[in-house]
Design a protein around this ligand. Structure first.
Ligand code: COA
Length: 328
């Protein structure tokens, strides 16, 4: 049986660190409020880098670690909800930057759940045999869509990119085992960014203002959705795999809020020390949070052959995705 296997990870992290104390100088907030309500202490923010720049850094790291020739990459999928342009997609710019001339390039948009969706799409190409070497990236520069005067949202997010290289695994040693992805469009107004009102020569509407594109969020609704759905989705995937929760080595959750993760851990019945956390240092980097965490884990030597790793994300749309990976 052919499965998709992750052969390398990488990330692209902006250098600029913005601490909670830095935010105290911009908006009416405090390190205490942010730390207690979210678990975030600092985040990274781009200065001049683009989403494509961060994704390219992650891609180059993956190329270096895997030793792959960029010409062998036959597909690039980038998850982003904060792209540089509506078109061209981020993936095409990355393709040009890394010289992956033989790749088909597409972006996937499922907000903070986007990496799980991108991985799911890539997996289908790999297991069908249609593609043999797929670069799956997530790159987000939410700071570009942030209203830096709105304390209820600007303290939450950070910028980053991460990704993996996916190839076929034919020896039944592991890889992507099973998944659940899903969406609940009736909740589309609960969380989003980048809204562009219709403004053209015929309707007399005002020109688009920067505030039209800002992040919007009903924090309490998101909290309720996330804690309920992640639990359900992790349970469903473990049931599909006929796996007991005791067999799970790691859960790599979307790093949105430590309190969401704590509630999910309790509901699912997996101890918190199996949840990999880096939210304190990066905040919510949207769809980049899972691959950035995975890359840190790989670099720390935490991922061992045979480990059962649950990747689980949620976000605007509303969307969610959980993927079980047996590391090999
Ligand atoms: N600093 C200080 N005070 C703040 C603040 C900030 N950054 N942001 C909001 N507040 C204030 C509010 O104005 C409110 O004040 P009031 O009681 O005087 O009206 C108070 O804190 C409580 O606000 P509330 O929104 O009820 O807080 P909360 O406990 O629900 O926490 C979130 C807010 C955003 C941390 C929480 O709802 C959450 O994490 N939701 C999920 C968000 C998320 O993960 N989004 C991304 C998903 S991908």
């Amino acid at each position: 049986m052919i499965r998709s296997k992750i052969v390398a990870t990488g990330s692209g992290i902006p250098e600029k660190v913005v601490t909670n104390f830095d935010l105290e100088k911009i908006v009416d907030t405090s390190d205490e409020w942010i730390s207690q309500r979210t678990g975030i202490k600092e985040r990274r923010v781009v200065i001049d880098e683009t989403a494509a720049d961060l994704a390219t850094t992650a891609a180059n790291e993956i190329i270096e670690k895997s030793g792959i020739d960029p010409l062998d990459i036959d597909m690039i999928i980038v998850s982003t909800c904060s792209p540089d342009y509506l078109t061209p997609n981020v993936a095409c710019v990355v393709q040009n930057n890394i010289g992956a001339k033989n790749a088909a390039c597409v972006d996937v948009s499922a907000a903070c759940a986007g990496f799980t969706f991108a991985l799911s799409v890539a997996d289908k190409y790999v297991i069908s045999g249609a593609k043999k070497c797929v670069l799956v990236l997530a790159s987000e520069i939410i700071s570009k869509f942030t209203n830096w005067e709105d304390r209820s949202t600007c303290v939450l997010f950070g910028d980053a990119a991460g990704g993996v290289l996916l190839v076929p695994e034919e020896n039944d040693e592991g890889g992507l085992i099973c998944e659940e992805i899903g969406s609940k469009g009736e909740g589309w107004e609960v969380l989003g960014n980048g809204g562009l009102p219709i403004s053209n020569a015929f309707n007399g509407h005002e020109k688009i203002k920067p505030e039209d594109t800002y992040v919007f969020m009903d924090g309490r609704e998101v909290f309720k959705f996330a804690t309920g759905k992640l639990r359900e989705s992790i349970d469903n995937v473990l049931e599909m795999a006929k796996m007991d929760k005791e067999e799970v080595t790691w859960v790599v959750p979307h790093q949105a809020n430590i309190r969401i993760i704590e509630v999910v851990a309790k509901k699912v019945g997996i101890p918190m020390d199996k949840f990999y956390l880096n939210i304190e240092r990066f905040g919510n980097t949207s769809s980049a949070s899972i691959p950035v965490a995975l890359n840190e884990m790989a670099e720390k030597g935490l991922l061992k052959k045979g480990d059962n790793i649950v990747l689980s994300g949620f976000g605007g749309g509303l969307c969610w995705g959980t993927i079980l990976v047996k590391w090999c």
